[in-house]
Design a protein around this ligand. Structure first.
Ligand SMILES: Cc1cc2nc3c(=O)[nH]c(=O)nc-3n(C[C@H](O)[C@H](O)[C@H](O)COP(=O)(O)OP(=O)(O)OC[C@H]3O[C@@H](n4cnc5c(N)ncnc54)[C@H](O)[C@@H]3O)c2cc1C
Length: 401
């Protein structure tokens, strides 16, 4: 595998970095250190997310990886990785991953022409913001056991049930919903995918406040919600196959490691400028070991992300599943390690958040709390380990009832 960028890739990298460096100067204070919290917790943060979406759309960067026939640029997976790296480094918002990276590819794979024409352009133009309506109180890892129903009545489907942990549902205009259309069906049979307008009567969104009191996640209740039949995506009852494809889109995200690098740079700066026991923290062997460990992790992670791009280019799709699982696992555990080490190094100050004495503006205390969810969402890390064992290592598959 060749890690060098081509001339064209190097110039794209520079263009992405220049763009994000300059645009992030417009971030409002409420955006904080970014991430999901920066985007969804405050109106100002979400307004900045929308502003950035518009800017990225003007450049054609939201849809650059899409095929040309859908208004994309057919950009290589390597270009996408370089873009994700630059965006991750600056913790920049503007890409609604639910819309751009999950629902849009689902539409391309399963929607009819009318739906593609109606639903894809607003996503590419940064005008449509989505949430993901999959998990329920009793259906997470075992998603196929979900019980929200959508029953056909004339030109509508009537939806009843509940979703949980729905990220950004209080800000999103739309949801892509997975519901049971065949009430007699069991597990993965009889499920269907819908495009749902959150403003429909009978949709109720309740906040599920995070441990730090921030509003990012929600519960969503459906009480006789009437979805027009034209918003069924793909074939009724065959939504599971379509959803499995979406899961692969969700898991192929290769960024994340550059964000850790940026945090690490801030930590190095902090260690150089902080005195502990009469000497700079940067001379403390324990602090140095921790920072070195995170640095190595970020470099290994970057290689993993590049390997994924390379496998994609070579068409090694079997290897890709394992590598994408490994990347998700490694990046989320690295973020937790970084946050643990950082708050340890800061001592009691590491617990401060909205306080003038909080080191690095409270970014590490923020990260410490937010990164807990990352080893659970998008397929828990235990599930990723199963996939690596079964698909990657060929170990026996455990049977569950
Ligand atoms: C912060 C956050 C944001 C989220 N955002 C969204 C969202 O926007 N939309 C959405 O639809 N969902 C979202 N989710 C839900 C998420 O997808 C589920 O929480 C996740 O799939 C786990 O499901 P569960 O919570 O029901 O836990 P369970 O599936 O009940 O798992 C409980 C524990 O058992 C382990 N476990 C379960 N099955 C196995 C197995 N076969 N082998 C080994 N271990 C196993 C799990 O790893 C976990 O540790 C979010 C969750 C969180 C925490």
């Amino acid at each position: 595998m060749d890690f060098r960028l081509t001339k064209e890739e190097a110039s794209k990298k520079e263009a992405f970095e220049t763009f994000f460096e300059s645009e992030m100067k417009n971030a409002p204070p409420q955006f904080g250190s970014g991430g999901l919290e920066g985007v969804y917790d405050t109106e100002e943060g979400f307004a900045f997310h929308k502003y950035m979406a518009g800017k990225l759309a003007e450049k054609g960067w939201l849809s650059m990886a899409w095929p040309e026939q859908y208004g994309g640029q057919d950009a290589s997976i390597m270009e996408q990785v370089i873009f994700d790296e630059a965006r991750g480094y600056y913790s920049a918002p503007g890409v609604d991953a639910f819309a751009v990276s999950m629902f849009a590819p689902t539409l391309m794979a399963g929607a009819n022409e009318e739906q593609k024409v109606r639903l894809l352009p607003p996503i590419a133009e940064g005008r449509a913001f989505y949430c993901q309506g999959w998990s329920e109180p009793d259906a997470g890892s075992d998603l196929a056991s979900l019980t929200t129903t959508a029953v056909r009545e004339g030109d509508y489907y009537i939806v009843n049930g509940q979703k949980t942990w729905t990220t950004g549902a209080h800000r999103a205009e739309y949801m892509f919903l997975l519901a049971r259309t065949d009430l007699e069906s069991k597990r993965s049979k009889g499920l269907s995918v819908f495009h749902l307008r959150m403003g429909l009567p009978g949709v109720q969104v309740r906040p599920l406040l995070y441990m730090n009191g921030k509003h990012v996640y929600n519960e969503v209740f459906f009480n006789d919600v009437k979805i027009p039949a034209e918003d069924l995506i793909g074939v009724e009852g065959e939504g599971w196959a379509l959803t499995r494809q979406t899961m692969n889109f969700e898991r192929s995200g290769a960024g994340g490691f550059s964000g850790a690098k940026r945090y690490l740079e801030q930590m190095i700066d902090y260690a150089r400028n902080t005195t502990r026991n009469g000497q700079p923290l940067s001379k403390d062997p324990n602090a140095r070991r921790k920072m070195a460990e995170v640095f190595i992790g970020a470099e290994v992670g970057k290689s993993l992300a590049y390997k994924i791009a390379w496998m994609h280019q070579k068409g090694d799709f079997a290897g890709l599943i394992t590598a994408a699982s490994a990347s998700k696992l490694f990046s989320t555990e690295l973020a937790q390690k970084l946050a643990n080490y950082a708050t340890e190094m800061m001592g009691l100050y590491g617990q401060l958040e909205d306080d003038p004495d909080a080191p690095l503006g409270g970014a590490m205390s923020d990260l410490y709390q937010m990164c807990k969810g990352a080893t659970i969402f998008a397929g828990t890390n235990e599930i990723q380990r199963n996939l690596i064992a079964w698909v990657g290592l060929g170990l026996p598959r455990l049977k569950f009832k």
